[in-house]
Design a protein around this ligand. Structure first.
Ligand SMILES: [Zn+2]
Length: 411
């Protein structure tokens, strides 16, 4: 029914680590450049016009004869980069499905009255330079170009150096308001990063909102001492205060059906035979609404203070970044939901706890919607991430129904 399988098979080997089975497609590295070449070849094979914008996002334009190229475009797509040892679907599913949906509407002789484009946003995961959705944030102006150029990568090269090495001009980075203004609507199809669709027994859903989230740095300070000669009762060990906090955070997040993760630690002096003097711990916290998030972070802060007081250490909590609740455009969501529903049956509305380029565009005032495709285990950012082929085909059907109507002004 669809050209999805062939496109998927072409992209599947690129950047896949033979040992882990996970993907390592990091911005401006070889594997990610291979994915870009795949995008360009796929677009050209369809007679689409390929463009690399000033922020290195990739665009493939379908502007049929007689269509005003300046009319507000319907844009589909997602991203091609991955987290370290990520899954195959997070990002690429949306790009491959977009090309397959275009193939389907063209095979059905749908005649758009406005431009249609497929986009692959650059560096969505931020795996190399630490800022998620860098390509879309640069485009909308949410990420400053100077700051982006100076971001230090994990390999010790800045984004500017990495771009130059890959043949891109770092001087071109910056806001692109004309391009943003060309996007009439953006529809991003994505693998679900949870089990809502499994629980509801349906293959496709639409996004309601992106949970508010924040990153917080907790610095626990104690007294460094000898691991052998210092009696347990004489220690001021910040690791214990941290450990109590991590357990309390897990309990608080469970109770609130929210998320709290300590995924990164720095320990001083970081010696096996030394009681630490400092433990820095980074908290990623997310909840369904702002009040719930504030309450969760407040509880974790209280637990940290209690944990520190209990063994004579200190803790300081600094908020590094926060992102408020983001609600997708309601009329577009309901339109997409109805159109997708006409193709694949009931389409539930789901919240998401992950950030996406569609959220960045929504923030910039562009109507955006997301379709989710069922993930049998709910696992994402892991080689175990998966979607069944039949569900991917349902996603393409849903997206094609959306394109068929939205690109032609049909109701
Ligand atoms: Zn993604």
């Amino acid at each position: 029914m669809s050209t999805f399988d062939g496109l998927w098979a072409e992209l599947a080997p690129l950047g896949r680590d033979a040992g882990t089975g996970g993907y390592r497609r990091f911005a401006f590295e070889r594997a990610e450049l291979d994915c870009r070449e795949w995008f360009v070849a796929t677009a050209r094979a369809r007679g689409l016009d390929v463009e690399v914008d000033r922020n290195t996002n990739l665009w493939a334009w379908w502007v049929p004869a007689g269509v005003d190229p300046s009319a507000p475009a319907l844009v589909l797509g997602s991203h091609l980069d991955s987290v370290p040892d990520g899954g195959a679907y997070d990002g690429p599913l949306g790009v491959v499905s977009a090309f397959a949906a275009l193939d389907a509407v063209r095979a059905a002789d749908v005649a758009p009255d406005r431009p249609v484009a497929v986009v692959a946003f650059a560096d969505e995961e931020g795996a190399r330079f630490g800022i998620a959705c860098a390509g879309s944030r640069l485009m909308t102006g949410a990420l400053d170009a100077d700051r982006a150029r100076g971001l230090m990568g994990r390999d010790g090269r800045t984004m500017a150096e990495a771009m130059s090495a890959a043949g891109f001009d770092p001087g071109s980075l910056g806001p692109d308001p004309e391009r943003v203004a060309r996007i009439g609507e953006f529809v991003e199809l994505h693998i679900e990063q949870g089990r809502n669709l499994v629980d509801q027994g349906v293959p496709v859903g639409v996004a309601e909102s992106i949970w508010p989230h924040g990153r917080y740095r907790l610095t626990f300070r104690g007294v460094a001492d000898h691991a052998g000669t210092t009696r347990m009762q004489d220690r001021h060990d910040p690791m214990l205060a941290y450990a109590r906090t991590a357990i309390a955070a897990e309990q608080a997040a469970r109770a609130a059906d929210a998320r709290a993760t300590f995924g990164r630690l720095e320990v001083e002096p970081n010696g096996t035979n030394a009681v630490p003097s400092v433990v820095r711990a980074w908290l990623d916290a997310r909840a369904a609404d702002q009040a719930a998030l504030d309450d969760l972070v407040g509880r974790i802060g209280t637990s940290a203070a209690d944990g520190a007081r209990a063994n004579g250490t200190q803790v300081e909590v600094v908020t590094e970044s926060t992102t408020p609740l983001l609600t997708f455009d309601l009329p577009l969501r309901e339109r997409v939901r109805a159109l997708a529903g006409s193709a694949v049956g009931p389409v539930p509305v789901l919240p998401t706890a992950a950030g996406h380029d569609a959220g960045i565009l929504t923030d910039a005032g562009v109507p955006a919607a997301m379709l989710f495709v069922r993930n049998p285990t709910g696992i994402s950012h892991s080689p175990d991430e998966h979607a069944e082929a039949e569900d991917c085909h349902e996603g393409v059907r849903a997206l094609a129904a959306v394109v068929g109507a939205l690109a032609t002004g049909a109701s």
